[in-house]
Design a protein around this ligand. Sequence first.
Ligand SMILES: [Zn+2]
Length: 195
Amino acid sequence: MARILWLADSLRSAGLTVRETSGWETRERPASTGGFAPEGVLLHHTAAYATSSDPHPSLDTVIQGRGGSDPLPGPLCHVLIDRNSVCWVVAAGRANHAGSAVASGPMPAGDGNEMYVGIEVEYAATNHVPTQYATSGQKSTAIVAAARIVSRLGHGYRYVRAHKETSTTGKIDPYNWDMTDIRESVRQCLERTGW
Ligand SMILES: [Zn+2]
């Protein structure tokens, strides 16, 4: 099964602030759960309330998974963008972030965890009063990260999708992101950098 071992270096070379979680290079779902052959990037929000002094409340969860009434084993993404726009590299292999996916843009329907690299952005969205939005720094970090990753996958801006565009279960993430605008920003980033 594929691992994207270039992930941390690629994000660093894109000028982003990167922290590598211990063991990310071999962190993945077992092969018995499916493959990993990513062709696109999928954007998410964590729905956790984060602040500049507590910037990544979901970090342990995205590494280890969650219990409770709706348990899901980790890893739950490949990259977590914290409230201070730091990119935490979580996993190089298959992660539990997408579930089954409907077709979206150039991406076909299928096993989203096989087809997508998952980026989680740490903000609460509607899971907090008042609603918490992504910061402009988080958004621009996600755009640069998505552009760098999708170019490494050999594709262009149209292969950057949102969970709310692929979900079969009514997901709304990333909340309040206009994906036409996000993809246009990815396109401009790819054009500007030549990635
Ligand atoms: Zn999601």
